[in-house]
Design a protein. Structure first.
Lengths: 495, 336
């Protein structure tokens, strides 16, 4: 098997006012997994888009083996065998797995679709990925990770030379990540160049052979994975690093703010009981599908609950809805900020004041002055980077959007904040700022429940961590007494 | 420095372009008015302008409510049938109650009250069913479009019920303030209803909730906004305005006829869309709809003054609505 090579020579990409890629010369060869890392805005997605034919470089050239590549469109890149799997799912929910994989090129026999062959071909690809998914299953019935696998299987069906994976594990649980990694290893053994983009540095030792770091559009390092440590990579990404540890001055008070009793929703979580104290930061850990997101939504009243009750400051809620729970002093930053947390076409100012609408208004009359004051306050306190608070929310970066979601709630002066995956898809700097906000609020006596897939984050941020497995709370740990490996192990035990 | 100045300049040109596109209907309206002033005899006269207002107020009143409904991410197709039904109800009540010896003014007021109760009920039912069952608002109100058209037909026996109203009711639609060339009463109703809906959308929490619900119902719900209540209020407001329009229509021709208002929903929606409100919900302005109503009115009036036949008028209107929507999608793309 000959070695393939994709390389760039002095590639530069200018956008009005900024230089996204600055004189990058880099080379990726086949049979290895090449991690591409960098914080948001470092230029890694621009580089990937150049390979994928979505963006044309301003200057410089790139080659596949010795062929100089010029792409006018993404289909040109596909023809050369360069395929990408993006973070955003591109599957059609109403169609079957097999139809999605072969969309637009279903095998035919006598002008009619050959379904038997379609399903056979899909099945063999799925087996290559070492997953047990029925090719006849409708995609909308799959879980998140299965969809991600189908997405990658679809890319694989093009017999690619180069496959680019953009944050493929962002929605996957640990055991699913392992399945995915074994599939990726199978890919590289077939002589494919795998370019792997990720925020999760802890994954790199398991999957990457080389790691290339971009910062401000420049290539700051391309090294063999076995020669570097995680903190070296962070050093390259950020220049200088400040790894925050939980401040010691946040004291949990003795009074109880909330109690959850015998909380159940059939098929999602059963018989959940826990207590939350004033000023406490409580983490909930668990694999994807353990019911942690659903539990949080249930407490907030966003979904119906079968039985059980939530007691907030002595008041019992049995059939809650968000309207009641907001009045009770709860706030929820949902898992998917774009779809559930924000109104993207509306201004930053409006998005900061929706939850506090009844507070900023005088009765049923709007008070625009007060609304401005509230919005400005959050922009200042949370350090939201905006040029104009009347600009639409969609113009903000992921980290700043997340801060708007948080600010929307802080404007209601909540007593309990529920955070569902607040750090997903945002860079390390913004992540630290979100944690600092949590701590600052905890100092004021506000209680926090924090759900995250990133166990390191939970250990860093929380006073206490509940472990959920298959919809039940199975354990409770104190971060100071454990480490990540132990926590992983507890979460996965019995799987 | 030069590589900083260049992008800044293109940005400004883009801004000017967006500003012009944002106000494209106003610009077109001014051009149209100037053109017609010189091109069409009798266009720029007091009497003609009062005629434009009188003729377009009936649909215009409903258009403001429709703007709120569309901003909230909904649609109400039933308003045309409601216009006819309201006239029929008042006419039937006046006829039957005076037949029983009740004073005609009292009878008429009873008829009006029945219509208002019916408007609130219908709006509430629209909102309730749409929100609870998740049925598309297009379907929910298509059902009531047919239902109320049929009910109005049954109630009236399929014929106009003429000459049943007291004089003041006829004045609602046909009257003018300040003599025969004065300001038509429907025009005053138009302006008043504009200010009410405009105030609701700009200055009340309900208005802001409507924008939020249309922008993203799930985010609105998770922010603690009462989505169901907001939808119901929007549906009730457009129904009340449709009933008021029905009173004016019936008064103008002094008869209650079940087929009055048939097909109006499309004209009303056209005025809203021409006024720049997004069909996707969450964005739009009531003031834009006011311009849209005047715009459609001026075009219709101008074409009539220029002796363009009715069939050609339809074609020209179609092209204009198409261009308006085309420009607003271009604007949306430019902004993104």
């Amino acid at each position: 098997m000959s070695v393939l090579q994709i390389r760039t020579e002095h590639i530069t990409k200018d956008y009005p006012g900024t230089r996204a890629i600055d004189d990058v010369s880099i080379c990726f060869d086949s049979g290895r997994v090449h991690a591409l890392v960098g914080k948001n805005g470092s230029g890694k997605s621009t580089l990937v888009k150049i390979f994928a034919g979505a963006v044309e470089p301003t200057s410089g050239e790139f080659f596949l083996n010795d062929e100089n590549l010029h792409f006018n469109s993404t289909s040109d890149a596909y023809e050369k065998g360069i395929v990408s799997v993006y973070q955003e799912m591109s599957l059609v929910p109403g169609l079957s797995v097999a139809e999605n994989i072969f969309l637009g090129r279903l095998p035919k026999k006598n002008q009619a679709i050959d379904w038997r062959k379609t399903h056979q071909m899909a099945d063999s690809l799925l087996q290559q990925m070492k997953v047990n998914i029925d090719p006849r299953e409708q995609v909308s019935r799959l879980s998140m990770w299965q969809m991600q696998v189908v997405e990658i299987t679809k890319a694989l069906s093009f017999n690619p030379k180069v496959i680019m994976l953009d944050e493929p594990t962002s929605a996957l649980a640990q055991n699913e990540v392992r399945n995915l990694f074994s599939a990726i290893r199978a890919l590289k053994d077939q002589g494919v160049i795998v370019i792997y983009i990720t925020h999760k540095l802890q994954e790199l030792p398991q999957i990457a052979d080389t790691v290339s770091v971009l910062r401000d559009g420049k290539l700051v390092g391309a090294v063999q994975m076995n020669e570097v440590q995680q903190k070296d990579i962070i050093g390259m990404m950020f220049g200088e690093v400040k790894i925050q540890n939980r401040p010691t001055d946040i004291k949990v008070r003795d009074e109880l703010i909330m109690e959850v009793r015998n909380f159940s929703r059939h098929g999602w979580y059963q018989d959940v009981n826990f207590k939350l104290k004033c000023g406490e930061v409580l983490g909930i850990a668990g694999m994807l599908g353990s019911g942690r997101t659903e539990l949080l939504r249930g407490i907030f009243g966003a979904d119906p609950v079968d039985s059980g009750e939530v007691i907030v400051e002595g008041k019992t809620y049995t059939s809650a809805n968000p309207i009641k729970m907001v009045k009770a002093g709860l706030g929820l930053t949902p898992e998917n900020r774009k779809i559930q947390g924000l109104i993207l076409i509306h201004s930053i100012k409006d998005n900061l004041c929706y939850a506090s609408m009844n507070i900023t208004a005088d009765g049923w009359l709007e008070n625009k002055r007060k609304r401005n004051v509230f919005a400005e306050r959050q922009v200042r306190d949370l350090d939201i980077k905006v040029s104009n608070i009347n600009a639409p929310c969609e113009s903000l970066s992921g980290g700043n959007q997340q801060k708007v979601v948080v600010g929307n709630w802080l404007n209601t002066s909540p007593k309990i904040m529920l955070y569902d995956e607040p750090s997903r898809g945002i860079d390390v700097g913004a992540k630290q700022q979100i944690f600092e906000i949590m701590w600052a609020e905890a100092r004021k006596g506000i209680s926090t429940i924090f759900v995250s897939t990133e166990l390191e984050e939970l250990l860093e941020v929380c006073h206490r961590i509940l472990i959920m497995r298959h919809g039940r709370i199975v354990d409770e740990i104190i971060p100071d007494e454990t480490n990540v490996n132990e926590l992983y192990e507890i979460c996965m035990r019995g799987d | 420095m030069e590589n900083v100045a260049a992008p800044a300049l293109t940005f400004n040109r883009r801004k000017i372009k967006i500003f012009l596109l944002d106000h494209i209907i106003e610009v077109c309206l001014i051009v149209l008015i100037i053109g017609l002033t010189f091109g069409a005899n009798g266009f720029m006269t007091w009497a003609n302008w009062m005629n434009i207002l009188r003729a377009n107020s009936l649909k215009g009143v409903i258009a403001f409510g429709m703007t709120m409904v569309i901003i909230a991410g909904l649609i109400d197709l039933s308003i045309g049938s409601i216009v006819g039904l309201a006239g029929v109800i008042v006419a039937v009540v006046c006829r039957d109650l005076t037949g029983m010896g009740i004073d005609i003014n009292v009878a008429c007021i009873i008829g009006i009250l029945i219509c208002l109760v019916q408007a609130v009920t219908t709006g509430w039912l629209h909102g309730f069913f749409q929100h609870k069952t998740g049925m598309p608002p297009f379907i929910v109100t298509l059902v009531t479009l047919n239902l109320f058209l049929g009910l109005a037909g049954r109630l009236s026996g399929g014929f106009p019920i003429a000459n049943q109203f007291p004089g003041w009711f006829n004045q609602l639609g046909g009257g003018r303030i300040g003599g025969p060339n004065g300001i038509p009463i429907p025009a005053i109703v138009l302006v008043v209803s504009f200010f009410i809906v405009w105030f609701i959308m700009e200055y009340t929490t309900t208005g802001r909730a409507a924008y939020a619900v249309g922008g993203n119902p799930e985010s609105a719900r998770l922010s603690g906004i009462d989505v169901g209540k907001t939808k119901i209020i929007a549906f009730v407001i457009v129904q009340i305005l449709a009933v008021i329009s029905g009173f004016m229509t019936a008064g103008q021709v002094m008869s209650g006829t079940f087929s009055f208002g048939k097909g109006w929903e499309l004209d009303v929606i056209a005025a809203v869309v021409v006024g720049g409100t997004s069909f996707n919900g969450g964005a739009g302005k009531v003031s834009g709809t006011f311009v849209g109503v005047i715009f459609m009115g001026v075009i219709g009036n101008g074409m009539t003054l220029l002796n363009i036949d009715i069939h050609t008028q339809y074609i020209i209107k179609a092209v204009i609505v198409f261009l308006a929507v085309l420009l607003s999608s271009y604007r949306a793309r430019l902004k993104a």
